[in-house]
Design a protein around this ligand. Structure first.
Ligand code: ITT
Length: 200
C-alpha cells in the first residue's frame, strides 16, 4: 500500500500527456492529481511566444488557484523544413478542433517533395514547476527525429504517427507508453523535474 505520497497537480487537459505522466510517476513518491481530481476548471490562455512562457503561465495560474505544487507541460513539434513550425502553436495547427489524422496528412503533403536529409524535426517539451511562495522552475528537453513518409502506429497521440525515430526504426506512435517515456522529450523533461522535486 502507498503511504506518505506527495500530491502533485498536473495542469493539463490533454489525455495523451496525462497517460504518459501517470505512467512515469507510477510507483514513485508522488501522487499525480489531474485538474478534475482537484475540481479546478480554469482555462489558461496560452498567449506566450515560447514554450517556457506558456508552461510557466499554466503552472502559476493553477498553483495560485489551488495552493498545491503544480506541474505544467508546454510542448510541440518543430519541423526543420517549415522553419520550426508548428512549434509553440502545435495545438492550434490547422485549427484546434481539426483531427490529428487530417493535420498529419497535411504535414506529409507539405513535405512530399522534401528529400530524406531535409526531413529533420524535433519534439520539444518544457515542464514548469510552480510552488506557493517560490519562483518557477522549468526544465526543457527535446528529441530529434524525422518526418516519416507515411503515418504509422496507433499508440501515443497528436503528431506521434508521423514522427520517425531513426535509432528504433519506428514512429513514436509505434512505441508503447513506457518505451516512449524512456526517450521522448516529455520523458526526459519529467526525469529532470523529478530530480528537482526530490531536491526540494
Ligand atoms: P494542455 O495545454 O492542457 O497541457 P495541449 O494539448 O493544449 O494541452 P500544448 O499547448 O502543450 O498542450 O500543445 C502541445 C501540442 O503539441 C499537443 O496538442 C500535440 O499536438 C503536440 N505534442 C506535444 N507533445 C506531443 C507528443 O508527445 N506526441 C505527439 N504530439 C505532441
Amino acid at each position: 500500500m502507498k503511504t506518505n505520497l506527495t500530491d502533485i497537480v498536473f495542469a493539463t487537459r490533454n489525455p495523451g500527456k496525462i497517460r504518459e505522466i501517470r505512467d512515469f510517476f507510477a510507483d514513485s513518491a508522488y501522487n499525480i492529481l489531474s485538474l478534475d481530481d482537484i475540481g479546478v476548471n480554469i482555462h489558461v490562455v496560452e498567449d506566450g511566444t515560447t514554450f517556457e512562457e506558456n508552461a510557466a503561465k499554466k503552472a502559476r495560474e493553477i498553483c495560485d488557484a489551488c495552493g498545491k505544487i503544480v506541474l505544467a507541460d508546454d510542448s510541440g513539434l518543430m519541423i526543420d523544413a517549415l522553419d520550426g513550425e508548428p512549434g509553440v502553436d502545435s495545438a492550434n495547427f490547422l485549427g484546434t478542433d481539426t483531427p490529428y489524422p487530417v493535420r498529419n496528412a497535411k504535414i506529409l503533403e507539405m513535405l512530399a517533395d522534401v528529400p530524406e536529409d531535409g526531413r529533420g524535426a524535433r519534439f520539444v517539451c518544457v515542464i514548469a514547476i510552480a510552488q506557493p511562495g517560490r519562483d518557477i522552475i522549468a526544465e526543457r528537453a527535446e528529441i530529434r527525429g524525422t518526418i516519416a513518409y507515411a503515418a504509422a502506429g496507433g499508440d501515443g497521440f497528436g503528431y506521434d504517427p508521423i514522427f520517425y525515430v531513426p535509432q528504433y526504426g519506428i514512429t513514436m506512435a509505434q512505441m508503447d507508453v513506457a518505451r516512449k517515456n524512456k526517450i521522448s522529450h516529455r520523458g526526459q523533461a519529467l526525469g529532470l523535474v523529478r530530480d528537482r522535486l526530490d531536491e526540494s
